[in-house]
Write a new protein. Structure first.
Length: 457
Protein backbone atom coordinates (compact mmCIF):
# COMPACT_ATOMS: atom_id res chain seq x y z
CA UNK A 1 0.00 0.00 0.00
CA UNK A 2 1.47 3.35 -1.09
CA UNK A 3 1.14 5.64 1.96
CA UNK A 4 2.79 8.55 0.13
CA UNK A 5 0.13 8.30 -2.58
CA UNK A 6 -2.64 8.38 0.05
CA UNK A 7 -1.09 11.42 1.75
CA UNK A 8 -0.82 13.18 -1.61
CA UNK A 9 -4.49 12.44 -2.30
CA UNK A 10 -5.36 13.99 1.08
CA UNK A 11 -3.19 17.05 0.38
CA UNK A 12 -0.76 16.25 3.21
CA UNK A 13 2.99 16.62 2.65
CA UNK A 14 4.15 14.47 5.56
CA UNK A 15 3.00 13.03 8.89
CA UNK A 16 3.65 15.04 12.03
CA UNK A 17 5.70 13.68 14.93
CA UNK A 18 2.71 12.31 16.82
CA UNK A 19 1.36 10.52 13.75
CA UNK A 20 4.77 8.97 13.04
CA UNK A 21 5.01 7.68 16.63
CA UNK A 22 1.48 6.24 16.39
CA UNK A 23 2.18 4.50 13.08
CA UNK A 24 5.35 2.91 14.44
CA UNK A 25 3.61 1.72 17.63
CA UNK A 26 0.58 0.26 15.82
CA UNK A 27 2.39 -1.47 12.95
CA UNK A 28 5.62 -2.25 14.80
CA UNK A 29 4.14 -4.30 17.66
CA UNK A 30 1.23 -6.58 18.43
CA UNK A 31 0.22 -4.89 21.69
CA UNK A 32 -2.47 -2.40 22.63
CA UNK A 33 -1.85 1.31 22.03
CA UNK A 34 -3.19 4.34 23.91
CA UNK A 35 -2.69 7.68 22.12
CA UNK A 36 -3.18 10.98 23.95
CA UNK A 37 -2.84 14.10 21.83
CA UNK A 38 -4.55 17.53 21.69
CA UNK A 39 -7.49 18.16 19.40
CA UNK A 40 -6.55 19.30 15.94
CA UNK A 41 -3.31 17.29 15.73
CA UNK A 42 -4.61 14.62 13.34
CA UNK A 43 -5.42 11.62 15.55
CA UNK A 44 -7.90 10.19 13.02
CA UNK A 45 -5.20 9.86 10.38
CA UNK A 46 -2.73 8.69 13.04
CA UNK A 47 -4.65 5.45 13.54
CA UNK A 48 -6.34 5.02 10.13
CA UNK A 49 -3.11 4.84 8.14
CA UNK A 50 -1.55 2.00 10.17
CA UNK A 51 -4.94 0.30 10.62
CA UNK A 52 -5.50 -0.07 6.87
CA UNK A 53 -2.02 -1.59 6.56
CA UNK A 54 -2.84 -4.17 9.26
CA UNK A 55 -6.20 -4.99 7.67
CA UNK A 56 -4.72 -5.48 4.22
CA UNK A 57 -2.34 -8.05 5.71
CA UNK A 58 -5.10 -9.74 7.76
CA UNK A 59 -7.71 -9.80 4.98
CA UNK A 60 -6.05 -12.58 2.99
CA UNK A 61 -5.54 -14.64 6.15
CA UNK A 62 -9.21 -14.57 7.15
CA UNK A 63 -10.65 -15.64 3.79
CA UNK A 64 -12.77 -12.54 3.38
CA UNK A 65 -14.60 -12.66 6.71
CA UNK A 66 -15.98 -9.23 7.64
CA UNK A 67 -15.67 -6.92 9.45
CA UNK A 68 -12.06 -7.08 10.62
CA UNK A 69 -12.09 -3.80 12.56
CA UNK A 70 -14.59 -1.84 14.63
CA UNK A 71 -14.07 1.87 15.28
CA UNK A 72 -16.20 3.10 18.18
CA UNK A 73 -17.07 6.80 18.45
CA UNK A 74 -19.22 8.58 21.05
CA UNK A 75 -21.42 10.32 18.46
CA UNK A 76 -22.78 9.94 14.95
CA UNK A 77 -21.03 13.06 13.61
CA UNK A 78 -17.59 11.65 14.39
CA UNK A 79 -18.61 8.28 12.92
CA UNK A 80 -19.72 9.91 9.67
CA UNK A 81 -16.66 12.12 9.51
CA UNK A 82 -14.26 9.22 10.08
CA UNK A 83 -16.00 7.20 7.38
CA UNK A 84 -15.66 10.14 4.98
CA UNK A 85 -11.92 10.45 5.72
CA UNK A 86 -11.42 6.72 5.19
CA UNK A 87 -13.24 6.74 1.87
CA UNK A 88 -11.29 9.79 0.69
CA UNK A 89 -8.04 7.88 1.26
CA UNK A 90 -8.88 5.56 -1.66
CA UNK A 91 -7.16 2.62 0.03
CA UNK A 92 -9.42 -0.05 -1.49
CA UNK A 93 -11.02 -1.09 1.80
CA UNK A 94 -14.79 -0.92 2.26
CA UNK A 95 -16.23 0.92 5.24
CA UNK A 96 -19.57 1.98 6.66
CA UNK A 97 -20.82 4.25 9.46
CA UNK A 98 -23.54 2.87 11.78
CA UNK A 99 -25.41 5.07 14.26
CA UNK A 100 -28.77 5.73 15.87
CA UNK A 101 -31.49 7.95 14.50
CA UNK A 102 -32.34 5.67 11.56
CA UNK A 103 -33.77 2.12 11.39
CA UNK A 104 -31.34 -0.72 12.18
CA UNK A 105 -33.03 -2.75 9.43
CA UNK A 106 -32.05 -0.19 6.79
CA UNK A 107 -28.42 -0.32 7.92
CA UNK A 108 -28.49 -4.12 7.87
CA UNK A 109 -29.52 -4.14 4.21
CA UNK A 110 -26.61 -1.85 3.35
CA UNK A 111 -24.19 -3.89 5.48
CA UNK A 112 -25.04 -7.06 3.54
CA UNK A 113 -24.51 -5.22 0.28
CA UNK A 114 -21.25 -3.43 1.20
CA UNK A 115 -19.65 -6.16 3.38
CA UNK A 116 -17.30 -3.60 4.99
CA UNK A 117 -13.93 -4.55 6.40
CA UNK A 118 -14.15 -1.54 8.74
CA UNK A 119 -17.32 -0.48 10.57
CA UNK A 120 -17.40 2.86 12.39
CA UNK A 121 -20.22 3.37 14.84
CA UNK A 122 -21.67 4.36 18.18
CA UNK A 123 -21.66 1.80 21.04
CA UNK A 124 -25.43 1.25 21.20
CA UNK A 125 -25.89 0.73 17.48
CA UNK A 126 -22.91 -1.61 17.19
CA UNK A 127 -24.26 -3.70 20.10
CA UNK A 128 -27.62 -3.81 18.29
CA UNK A 129 -26.05 -5.20 15.11
CA UNK A 130 -23.88 -7.69 17.02
CA UNK A 131 -26.85 -8.86 19.11
CA UNK A 132 -28.97 -9.45 16.00
CA UNK A 133 -26.01 -11.12 14.24
CA UNK A 134 -26.20 -8.56 11.45
CA UNK A 135 -22.40 -8.55 11.54
CA UNK A 136 -20.05 -11.37 12.51
CA UNK A 137 -18.31 -10.99 15.86
CA UNK A 138 -15.80 -13.75 15.07
CA UNK A 139 -13.67 -12.00 12.44
CA UNK A 140 -13.11 -8.78 14.39
CA UNK A 141 -9.41 -8.52 15.22
CA UNK A 142 -8.98 -4.77 15.83
CA UNK A 143 -10.95 -2.42 18.07
CA UNK A 144 -10.41 1.34 17.95
CA UNK A 145 -12.09 3.56 20.55
CA UNK A 146 -11.91 7.20 19.50
CA UNK A 147 -12.42 9.70 22.34
CA UNK A 148 -12.39 6.80 24.77
CA UNK A 149 -12.77 9.16 27.73
CA UNK A 150 -16.19 10.13 26.39
CA UNK A 151 -17.13 6.59 25.35
CA UNK A 152 -16.40 5.29 28.84
CA UNK A 153 -18.40 7.90 30.72
CA UNK A 154 -21.35 6.74 32.82
CA UNK A 155 -23.85 6.70 29.98
CA UNK A 156 -21.70 4.49 27.77
CA UNK A 157 -19.86 2.30 30.27
CA UNK A 158 -22.34 -0.61 30.27
CA UNK A 159 -22.62 -0.53 26.48
CA UNK A 160 -18.84 -0.59 26.13
CA UNK A 161 -18.41 -3.51 28.51
CA UNK A 162 -21.07 -5.50 26.70
CA UNK A 163 -19.53 -4.81 23.31
CA UNK A 164 -15.97 -5.71 24.23
CA UNK A 165 -17.00 -8.97 25.95
CA UNK A 166 -18.80 -10.06 22.76
CA UNK A 167 -15.65 -10.08 20.57
CA UNK A 168 -13.95 -13.51 21.02
CA UNK A 169 -11.30 -13.00 18.31
CA UNK A 170 -10.13 -9.54 19.38
CA UNK A 171 -6.34 -9.16 19.16
CA UNK A 172 -5.55 -5.44 19.37
CA UNK A 173 -7.07 -2.36 20.97
CA UNK A 174 -6.24 1.23 19.99
CA UNK A 175 -7.58 4.01 22.21
CA UNK A 176 -7.43 7.75 21.51
CA UNK A 177 -8.24 10.85 23.55
CA UNK A 178 -7.50 14.58 23.61
CA UNK A 179 -7.51 14.69 27.42
CA UNK A 180 -5.75 12.77 30.16
CA UNK A 181 -8.03 10.01 31.42
CA UNK A 182 -8.15 9.36 35.16
CA UNK A 183 -7.19 5.76 34.43
CA UNK A 184 -6.58 3.51 31.46
CA UNK A 185 -9.53 1.07 31.07
CA UNK A 186 -8.96 -2.39 32.55
CA UNK A 187 -9.57 -4.15 29.24
CA UNK A 188 -6.41 -2.53 27.77
CA UNK A 189 -3.35 -4.73 28.31
CA UNK A 190 -0.60 -2.26 29.27
CA UNK A 191 1.30 -4.73 31.48
CA UNK A 192 3.44 -6.40 28.80
CA UNK A 193 3.27 -5.13 25.24
CA UNK A 194 1.06 -2.07 25.64
CA UNK A 195 2.29 1.32 24.44
CA UNK A 196 1.24 4.73 25.80
CA UNK A 197 1.93 7.67 23.47
CA UNK A 198 1.39 10.93 25.32
CA UNK A 199 1.64 14.20 23.42
CA UNK A 200 -0.35 16.17 26.01
CA UNK A 201 1.45 18.93 27.89
CA UNK A 202 1.08 19.09 31.66
CA UNK A 203 1.54 22.84 31.73
CA UNK A 204 -0.40 24.01 28.73
CA UNK A 205 -4.07 23.34 27.99
CA UNK A 206 -4.43 25.96 25.26
CA UNK A 207 -2.20 26.14 22.21
CA UNK A 208 0.08 29.14 22.02
CA UNK A 209 -1.43 29.66 18.56
CA UNK A 210 -4.76 30.62 20.21
CA UNK A 211 -5.16 34.20 21.44
CA UNK A 212 -7.58 34.64 24.38
CA UNK A 213 -9.90 37.66 24.72
CA UNK A 214 -12.33 38.91 27.35
CA UNK A 215 -15.44 40.68 26.03
CA UNK A 216 -17.55 42.49 28.63
CA UNK A 217 -21.33 42.84 28.23
CA UNK A 218 -22.97 45.79 30.03
CA UNK A 219 -26.25 43.84 30.19
CA UNK A 220 -26.88 40.46 31.80
CA UNK A 221 -28.47 39.34 28.51
CA UNK A 222 -25.47 39.27 26.20
CA UNK A 223 -27.23 39.16 22.82
CA UNK A 224 -26.41 42.73 21.80
CA UNK A 225 -22.77 42.33 22.75
CA UNK A 226 -22.63 39.09 20.77
CA UNK A 227 -24.09 40.90 17.76
CA UNK A 228 -21.42 43.60 17.99
CA UNK A 229 -18.66 41.03 18.40
CA UNK A 230 -19.76 39.08 15.32
CA UNK A 231 -20.03 42.30 13.29
CA UNK A 232 -16.47 43.18 14.27
CA UNK A 233 -15.26 39.77 13.08
CA UNK A 234 -16.63 40.32 9.57
CA UNK A 235 -16.83 37.18 7.41
CA UNK A 236 -14.56 35.05 9.62
CA UNK A 237 -15.68 31.56 10.58
CA UNK A 238 -16.92 31.40 14.21
CA UNK A 239 -18.54 28.90 16.59
CA UNK A 240 -20.75 30.30 19.38
CA UNK A 241 -20.96 27.79 22.24
CA UNK A 242 -23.90 27.58 24.64
CA UNK A 243 -24.78 25.03 27.32
CA UNK A 244 -28.46 24.38 26.54
CA UNK A 245 -30.51 23.42 23.50
CA UNK A 246 -33.18 26.09 24.03
CA UNK A 247 -30.44 28.71 24.36
CA UNK A 248 -29.04 27.63 20.99
CA UNK A 249 -32.48 28.06 19.40
CA UNK A 250 -32.96 31.48 21.02
CA UNK A 251 -29.54 32.87 20.07
CA UNK A 252 -29.70 31.44 16.55
CA UNK A 253 -33.15 32.98 15.95
CA UNK A 254 -31.92 36.36 17.21
CA UNK A 255 -28.84 36.34 14.96
CA UNK A 256 -30.90 35.40 11.91
CA UNK A 257 -33.32 38.22 12.67
CA UNK A 258 -30.30 40.55 12.75
CA UNK A 259 -29.28 39.45 9.26
CA UNK A 260 -26.53 36.94 10.03
CA UNK A 261 -26.26 33.72 8.03
CA UNK A 262 -25.98 30.96 10.61
CA UNK A 263 -26.12 27.23 11.15
CA UNK A 264 -27.22 25.78 14.48
CA UNK A 265 -26.55 22.41 16.02
CA UNK A 266 -27.69 20.45 19.08
CA UNK A 267 -28.73 16.95 20.10
CA UNK A 268 -32.46 17.61 19.88
CA UNK A 269 -32.45 18.10 16.11
CA UNK A 270 -33.32 15.47 13.52
CA UNK A 271 -30.27 13.77 12.00
CA UNK A 272 -30.89 15.11 8.48
CA UNK A 273 -31.20 18.67 9.82
CA UNK A 274 -27.98 18.30 11.80
CA UNK A 275 -26.16 17.09 8.69
CA UNK A 276 -27.53 20.02 6.68
CA UNK A 277 -26.42 22.54 9.30
CA UNK A 278 -22.90 21.12 9.62
CA UNK A 279 -22.51 20.92 5.89
CA UNK A 280 -23.51 24.57 5.43
CA UNK A 281 -20.96 25.66 8.00
CA UNK A 282 -18.10 23.47 6.80
CA UNK A 283 -18.43 24.45 3.12
CA UNK A 284 -18.59 28.21 3.72
CA UNK A 285 -22.36 28.67 3.29
CA UNK A 286 -22.68 29.98 6.86
CA UNK A 287 -20.10 32.04 8.76
CA UNK A 288 -21.47 31.19 12.20
CA UNK A 289 -22.30 27.92 13.95
CA UNK A 290 -24.42 28.29 17.11
CA UNK A 291 -24.11 25.08 19.10
CA UNK A 292 -24.07 23.17 22.34
CA UNK A 293 -20.88 21.32 23.29
CA UNK A 294 -21.99 18.60 20.88
CA UNK A 295 -19.88 20.47 18.31
CA UNK A 296 -16.82 20.55 20.59
CA UNK A 297 -15.87 16.96 19.73
CA UNK A 298 -15.48 15.05 16.52
CA UNK A 299 -15.79 17.92 14.04
CA UNK A 300 -12.77 18.28 11.80
CA UNK A 301 -13.41 21.62 10.11
CA UNK A 302 -9.93 23.08 9.56
CA UNK A 303 -10.55 26.81 9.07
CA UNK A 304 -12.51 27.89 12.16
CA UNK A 305 -11.01 31.21 13.21
CA UNK A 306 -12.99 32.12 16.33
CA UNK A 307 -14.44 30.28 19.34
CA UNK A 308 -16.97 32.32 21.33
CA UNK A 309 -18.05 31.19 24.81
CA UNK A 310 -21.51 32.75 25.16
CA UNK A 311 -21.95 30.46 28.17
CA UNK A 312 -18.87 29.57 30.18
CA UNK A 313 -17.67 25.98 29.72
CA UNK A 314 -19.09 23.62 32.33
CA UNK A 315 -15.71 21.98 32.96
CA UNK A 316 -12.02 22.30 32.17
CA UNK A 317 -12.27 19.33 29.84
CA UNK A 318 -15.20 20.96 28.03
CA UNK A 319 -13.13 24.12 27.57
CA UNK A 320 -10.21 22.17 26.10
CA UNK A 321 -12.46 20.51 23.53
CA UNK A 322 -14.18 23.78 22.60
CA UNK A 323 -10.90 25.61 22.00
CA UNK A 324 -9.56 22.61 20.12
CA UNK A 325 -11.93 23.44 17.26
CA UNK A 326 -9.64 26.35 16.24
CA UNK A 327 -5.89 26.55 15.48
CA UNK A 328 -5.95 23.05 14.04
CA UNK A 329 -2.72 21.70 12.59
CA UNK A 330 -0.52 24.83 12.21
CA UNK A 331 -3.27 27.46 11.94
CA UNK A 332 -3.90 30.27 14.42
CA UNK A 333 -7.15 31.12 16.16
CA UNK A 334 -8.90 33.24 18.76
CA UNK A 335 -11.23 32.44 21.64
CA UNK A 336 -13.58 35.02 23.19
CA UNK A 337 -15.16 34.86 26.64
CA UNK A 338 -18.42 36.83 26.58
CA UNK A 339 -18.98 37.94 30.17
CA UNK A 340 -21.62 39.95 32.03
CA UNK A 341 -20.93 41.73 35.33
CA UNK A 342 -21.52 38.54 37.35
CA UNK A 343 -19.18 36.30 35.36
CA UNK A 344 -15.43 35.71 35.41
CA UNK A 345 -13.01 33.68 33.33
CA UNK A 346 -12.45 30.31 35.04
CA UNK A 347 -9.22 29.91 37.02
CA UNK A 348 -8.14 26.86 35.00
CA UNK A 349 -8.10 29.01 31.85
CA UNK A 350 -5.84 31.59 33.47
CA UNK A 351 -3.57 29.00 35.11
CA UNK A 352 -2.91 26.96 31.98
CA UNK A 353 -2.96 29.60 29.25
CA UNK A 354 0.44 30.25 27.64
CA UNK A 355 -0.62 33.82 26.76
CA UNK A 356 -2.09 36.79 28.58
CA UNK A 357 -5.83 37.35 28.24
CA UNK A 358 -6.55 40.55 26.33
CA UNK A 359 -9.59 42.83 26.56
CA UNK A 360 -11.60 43.14 23.35
CA UNK A 361 -14.13 45.92 22.72
CA UNK A 362 -16.24 45.19 19.59
CA UNK A 363 -17.70 48.70 19.40
CA UNK A 364 -14.23 50.23 19.52
CA UNK A 365 -12.97 47.88 16.83
CA UNK A 366 -15.80 48.87 14.52
CA UNK A 367 -15.46 52.59 15.28
CA UNK A 368 -11.75 52.46 14.49
CA UNK A 369 -12.48 50.92 11.10
CA UNK A 370 -10.79 47.58 11.85
CA UNK A 371 -13.95 45.71 10.89
CA UNK A 372 -14.54 45.23 7.18
CA UNK A 373 -18.35 45.25 7.49
CA UNK A 374 -19.40 47.85 10.05
CA UNK A 375 -23.02 47.36 11.26
CA UNK A 376 -23.81 45.02 8.36
CA UNK A 377 -23.46 41.25 8.81
CA UNK A 378 -20.96 39.88 6.32
CA UNK A 379 -22.52 37.35 3.93
CA UNK A 380 -20.81 33.97 3.52
CA UNK A 381 -19.00 33.29 0.27
CA UNK A 382 -21.02 30.19 -0.64
CA UNK A 383 -24.54 28.75 -0.69
CA UNK A 384 -25.44 25.06 -0.51
CA UNK A 385 -27.50 23.19 -3.09
CA UNK A 386 -29.43 20.00 -2.33
CA UNK A 387 -29.60 17.65 -5.31
CA UNK A 388 -32.05 14.78 -4.98
CA UNK A 389 -29.92 12.07 -6.61
CA UNK A 390 -26.88 10.21 -5.31
CA UNK A 391 -24.64 7.15 -5.52
CA UNK A 392 -27.56 4.73 -5.85
CA UNK A 393 -28.56 6.65 -8.99
CA UNK A 394 -25.00 6.27 -10.35
CA UNK A 395 -24.29 9.97 -9.80
CA UNK A 396 -20.67 11.04 -9.14
CA UNK A 397 -18.98 14.33 -8.21
CA UNK A 398 -17.90 14.68 -11.81
CA UNK A 399 -21.50 14.29 -12.99
CA UNK A 400 -22.60 17.08 -10.64
CA UNK A 401 -19.82 19.43 -11.77
CA UNK A 402 -20.77 18.77 -15.41
CA UNK A 403 -24.46 19.30 -14.68
CA UNK A 404 -23.92 22.59 -12.82
CA UNK A 405 -21.61 23.92 -15.55
CA UNK A 406 -23.62 22.77 -18.56
CA UNK A 407 -27.14 23.32 -17.24
CA UNK A 408 -26.51 25.97 -14.58
CA UNK A 409 -24.07 28.17 -16.47
CA UNK A 410 -21.34 27.90 -13.82
CA UNK A 411 -17.57 27.80 -14.22
CA UNK A 412 -15.60 25.13 -12.29
CA UNK A 413 -14.25 27.91 -10.06
CA UNK A 414 -17.84 28.75 -9.00
CA UNK A 415 -18.23 25.29 -7.41
CA UNK A 416 -16.89 24.35 -3.98
CA UNK A 417 -17.15 21.19 -1.93
CA UNK A 418 -19.39 18.39 -3.25
CA UNK A 419 -20.57 15.43 -1.14
CA UNK A 420 -22.49 12.58 -2.77
CA UNK A 421 -24.63 10.45 -0.43
CA UNK A 422 -26.57 7.31 -1.36
CA UNK A 423 -29.80 9.08 -2.37
CA UNK A 424 -28.88 12.77 -2.53
CA UNK A 425 -25.93 15.14 -2.82
CA UNK A 426 -24.79 18.53 -1.54
CA UNK A 427 -22.88 21.07 -3.60
CA UNK A 428 -21.46 24.44 -2.55
CA UNK A 429 -21.64 27.22 -5.14
CA UNK A 430 -20.69 30.88 -5.02
CA UNK A 431 -23.48 32.81 -3.33
CA UNK A 432 -23.80 35.37 -6.11
CA UNK A 433 -24.39 32.55 -8.63
CA UNK A 434 -27.09 30.78 -6.58
CA UNK A 435 -30.19 32.28 -8.20
CA UNK A 436 -28.70 31.83 -11.66
CA UNK A 437 -28.07 28.11 -11.20
CA UNK A 438 -31.48 27.53 -9.60
CA UNK A 439 -33.19 29.31 -12.48
CA UNK A 440 -31.24 27.70 -15.32
CA UNK A 441 -30.96 24.12 -13.99
CA UNK A 442 -34.42 23.74 -12.46
CA UNK A 443 -36.22 20.82 -14.10
CA UNK A 444 -33.16 19.77 -16.10
CA UNK A 445 -31.91 16.17 -16.10
CA UNK A 446 -28.66 14.90 -14.63
CA UNK A 447 -27.45 11.82 -16.55
CA UNK A 448 -30.90 11.58 -18.08
CA UNK A 449 -32.69 11.61 -14.71
CA UNK A 450 -34.95 14.40 -13.49
CA UNK A 451 -34.12 15.57 -10.00
CA UNK A 452 -35.09 18.05 -7.30
CA UNK A 453 -32.62 20.89 -6.74
CA UNK A 454 -33.06 23.48 -3.99
CA UNK A 455 -31.11 25.67 -1.59
CA UNK A 456 -30.32 24.32 1.88
CA UNK A 457 -31.46 27.11 4.21
Amino acid sequence: MDIDKILSKLGIAELNEMQQHAAEAITGSDGDVVLLSPTGTGKTLAYLLPLIQLINAQWSMDNGQWPIALVITPGRELALQTDTVLKSMGCGLRSMACYGGRPTMDEHRVLKEVRPQIIIGTPGRLNDHLGKENISRYGIRYLVIDEFDKCLEMGFHAEMQKLIKSLPGLQRRILLSATNAEQIPQFVNMSKKGTLINFLSDDEQTSERVTLYEVRSPQKDKLETLRQLLLSLGDESSIVFLNYRDSVERVNSYLREQGFTTSHFHGGMEQRQREDMLYKFSNGSANILVSTDLASRGLDIPDIQNIIHYHLPESEEGYIHRVGRTARWNATGRTFFLLNSEEHIPEYVIDHSPLNIEHYDPAQKMASGQSSMVNVPAPPKNATLYIGKGKKDKISKGDIVGFLCKKGGLEPGDIGRIDVKDRYAYAAVKREKLQQVLRMAQGEKIKGIKTIMEQVR
